[in-house]
Design a protein around this ligand. Sequence first.
Ligand code: PEP
Ligand code: MN
Length: 332
Amino acid sequence: MIIKLRQTVDSKKAEELALVFKAFHIKENECSTLVTASSLKEIPIQYQEFIDEFWVLDNDMQLSSKKYRKEKRTVNFGNIQIGGNTNNTILIGGPCSVESEEQIRESSQLLMKLGLSALRGGCYKPRTSPYSFQGLGLEGLKLLAKMREEFGLTVITEARDATHIDEIIEYTDVIQIGAKAMYDQGILRACAKIKKPVLIKRGFGTTLQEFVQAAEFVLSGGNDQVILCERGLRTFETATRFTLDLCGVAWLQEHCNLPVILDPSHAMGYAYGVPNLARACVAMGIDGLLIEAHPNPKVAKSDASQQLNHDEFEELYRSLHAVAYSVGYKIV
Ligand code: PEP
Ligand code: MN
């Protein structure tokens, strides 16, 4: 249950009530809101005088549910807003991993040339093998921060586990929680305590319910800047790397009030399929697109097969405007 307390209830009383209801206490527009387990269906009569409004939810998709808040939430991606009624589709581009200053500068220059502002690049890579390139770590974060400084870009990078979450939070503008890391409660809880936007990727074996519950960890801790990212599920099919769950996206758009971004690069796993998939995603009226691009994909240290080269990225970018326009959106 979500309980909005009356404005006259002070913080001390709100804390007391949070204890009574074993609830999270968050502030929304200066008002205290309590979030209890969804199994609570009724408020005992002695507490009703403190309550302005309450929502009984069927399950633990609560703050992220359209049954609580019908309008899509707005999230600031640097100076660009997505979600709400902005109808912006933000195009996030950049390599899978930050590999060198020269490489990430070329990626930044590509975005600048196209008038885009969101640069991605992993520094702590969640590789499936310990023998693969693991990312540049702090050195990579500093390179991203340098690009932000030089070009005014908004940078997004992923947290692999909770050991370096403070570093990620310090250096990046938007924190990406990877498909494998989305169950890491150390990361989720740390992200709940900050004011920076958090992009949560759906695990490849994660149900939609589990996905939105990961978001609830961040929302119920007081950070309302949450974006969801669909990046493909593992299915019986092995010809493509994963299977992009567009049905899941439609479900989220119907039931969930968080902005949704799609990542066709990781879903497809091969560069040849990414442009068509990206256009299909944009045709759904989405809040953003995450596309991996590398100055020279052949020598990329991670996800080489799926990264577009810069000409391909530019061509894709140019083709997206008409698709976005046709569904009332704008590529930014
Ligand atoms: C990535 O964005 O490079 C990445 C590793 O993504 P995912 O967590 O979706 O596999
Ligand atoms: Mn990658």
